[in-house]
Write a protein that binds this ligand. Sequence first.
Ligand SMILES: [Zn+2]
Length: 184
Amino acid sequence: MPIPALFLDRDGVIIENRPNYVRSWADVAIFPQAIAALAKIQHLPIKIIMVTNQSAVGRGIVSLETVQMVNDRLLAEIERGNGRVDAVYLCPHAPDDQCRCRKPMPGLLQQAAREHDIDLSQSVMIGDALTDLAAGQAAGVRQVILLRTGRGEAQMAMPEVVGLRPFAMHDTLADALSAVFGSD
Ligand SMILES: [Zn+2]
């Protein structure tokens, strides 16, 4: 039976966004509330999937291997905090590559759904950018949520906001997960 997923963006959601990209582990600043919140939902019968645009790879700023190393280490930190992330899907392309996986395209979510037997119509996407919400809505998820961490607050001023169906906003990942799963 297909099961629901929680799709999470990485930068601005689990770790701090960096204007000049996360280029190495030294650039990673984990949100402690995010780690604690992931621990509270680890027992739920859902897949927890990280979906992240990493155009720094396509731009030649950082290698794919480095991005994967950073992700592996982040997942290890989440597990050390008693949480879990079941899989990571990343788009390594630059905007000009016209790929089908870079959010706001739904490709990463669709690939994850195929490979993990996910029921998109029962799933949730949480991000700090309108492109995260657009990807979730294009994939047909039940609910999309914008966080005020990372770029979230500034995103509300962007014209693309009018093209989105209604969505919720929360201050942090912890607040969003409490609202969705009642995990407090
Ligand atoms: Zn891509």
